[in-house]
Design a protein around this ligand. Structure first.
Ligand SMILES: C[S@@+](CC[C@H](N)C(=O)[O-])C[C@H]1O[C@@H](n2cnc3c(N)ncnc32)[C@H](O)[C@@H]1O
Length: 349
């Protein structure tokens, strides 16, 4: 397909996902007013129209950057259209059917409620949470099946475009090495979307992923075995104590993890990422923007943990991550923002 057509197709694809996300949220909110009046969280700050306009501009800029990097050959353009359609059609009705129980838990301030039969004893206490009010937190098959769709609805279809912003610095680093098979670790790999993108971008690398959730790892395995390509090694473990030798990986990445950790755990995980990364290697973080980046988004950053139950987000939003990376020993830290996300590319001396 000629480039202009592919670009148009990508823009249309993104606009449809945005429209779907907006429509879903509007309908769900209206339904809530009818079915469970008074259950909405009223402690939220109104977002001024100019902030919403700025947000839209940043979303458009993200889509443009995503296109430009694909067009420049950083990753295949097919990645731009990569979407788990089967899952989306299959699980959308369940996202809707699960919504009343989310309202109920949220109205009753039940943040650590798990179904009978889910064993929560093996996990750190900070993890035993219904993050985003998800039924069973990160610990059920259903949660793993619904997660990607829920994140796409939350970010109006831009979650993968935000994840892809780690690919350019990662590829740049790996292409500059003389090793035949570089090793890359994804810390808190979740359902495996980032690992899949890295495999499509850097097919000769050896990929590894860790996560605390056994059900999310099973989902990642399902995604990564669907298409040909070397299978990443997936290990269920706590990122605070990574089961790898010192200086093992040419690159370590982590996407959307740090806002879900308490401050001191954030530092422990960064220290671990430093330990397992080779001297000369890089560590790339993708997570939410922080208050220092866009003070005009502060009302949204204040609403987010209230509406979505993100118990460590408020602390994260003002945390000095650069200082944490430097404390671990990283240097040459490059920071950037895209839409609602922030990136740190840090080097180990
Ligand atoms: C918001 S999700 C992000 C998942 C994935 N990286 C993505 O881009 O969708 C956070 C993930 O971090 C994992 N997680 C949280 N705390 C962890 C820890 N201490 N060690 C390992 N994984 C952890 C959760 O199980 C979950 O899969």
């Amino acid at each position: 397909m000629p480039d202009t057509l592919t670009k148009l197709a990508y823009q249309t694809f993104q606009q449809s996902k945005q429209a779907f996300g907006y429509t879903h949220k509007t309908l769900i909110n209206r339904l809530r007013e009818v079915v469970a009046p008074g259950s909405s969280n009223t402690n939220t700050v109104a977002i001024p129209p100019e902030t919403l306009a700025l947000l839209k501009q940043r979303l458009d800029a993200l889509v443009e950057t995503d296109w430009e990097e694909a067009e420049a050959g950083t990753y295949p353009t097919s990645l731009l259209f990569d979407n788990p359609w089967d899952d989306f059609f299959k699980y959308y009705p369940m996202v809707v059917l699960d919504t009343p129980s989310v309202w109920e838990r949220s109205a009753n301030k039940e943040y650590q409620k798990f179904s009978q039969g889910i064993d929560t004893t093996e996990y750190p206490s900070y993890y035993i949470q219904n993050f985003h009010h998800q039924t069973d937190g990160y610990l059920s098959e259903m949660s793993a099946n619904l997660y990607d769709l829920q994140v796409e609805l939350l970010f109006n279809g831009s979650a993968d475009a935000m994840r892809r912003r780690i690919l350019a610095p990662l590829k740049h680093h790996i292409d500059g090495l003389s090793v035949s098979t570089a090793k890359i670790l994804d810390v808190a790999c979740g359902t495996g979307r980032t690992l899949k993108m890295i495999r499509d971008t850097l097919p000769k690398t050896s990929l590894h992923g860790v996560d605390l959730s056994p059900t999310y790892l099973r989902k990642a395995n399902e995604l990564l075995t669907k298409e040909p390509g070397t299978l990443p090694q997936l290990i269920q473990t706590n990122a605070e104590k990574l089961p790898y030798l010192d200086n093992y990986f040419e690159a370590t990445v982590s996407v959307f993890l740090f806002h879900e950790l308490p401050g001191e755990v954030r530092q422990t995980v960064i220290d671990e990422c430093y330990r397992v990364t080779q001297p000369g290697g890089i560590f790339i973080i993708c997570d939410s923007i922080q208050q220092v980046d866009n003070p005009e988004f502060t009302p949204m950053m204040e609403n987010f943990p209230t509406v979505f139950h993100e118990p460590y987000y408020r602390h994260y939003s003002t945390d000095d991550m650069q200082a944490r990376l430097e404390t671990a020993g990283f240097h040459n830290i490059e920071i950037s923002n895209h839409f609602m996300s922030k990136y740190w590319v840090a080097k180990k001396a």
